[in-house]
Design a protein. Sequence first.
Length: 250
Amino acid sequence: MTLALKLFLTPLLIALTSLAGRRWGPAVSGWLIGLPLTSGPVSVILALSFGIAFATHAAVGTLGGQGSVLIFCLAYSLAALYLKWPASAVLAVMAFFASTAVWNHFSLTLWPTYTILIALALLVIRLIPRQAIPTNASALPRWDLPARMIIATAFVIALTSFAALLGPQLSGLISPFPVFGLVLAVFAHKQQGLDAARQLLRGVALGAFAFSSFFLIVGGLLPVLGILWTYLLASVAAVTVNGLTLRLAR
């Protein structure tokens, strides 16, 4: 089961959301990235492989990791005002790992971590004003979608393979690493300009509300409801909250 999740679930989710993002533009693409497309399957695999207690602790770390993703978004959007995409990308990745190191110095608990994450999401949304960006799906190369699927699968396999060594908190902190946020922001910045990249990153911040809902449920209810019902409820909550945030954002 865990092998099937690693090899099939993650690339399927990435393919579906990538195609939807191409259809409706960079802001929606970023909003879809906000769903736990890699960290969600990672969490399920951790629960199946290392037990409920490990996955519950990792879920709290993952909330902190999404806070680092928001720091990444803010760093890229600010750097892009003055720098081209290579320098913006490097600075944003450095900001992610610096934030991860700060989070890892603390013993994280569920509700304080969730509260900080929501505050960060609201801050990023406020600092990146909404703009209308035309869809430009033709600019993407043919290898773009297969590459995303392969990279996502490789990331999930690598992280879950080293989870026991990293421990639950650090595994959770690293699992939201913005593989696709980075790739899509660079593509948008290079091919469609600064505003497209910033709107994509704003979409990621909007998606953080759904992401946080997913892992709030996992971190709070996994020991009570077990794997099946917890992840089913978390998935329904994430999709529902994502729909509401998109409706409100529009």
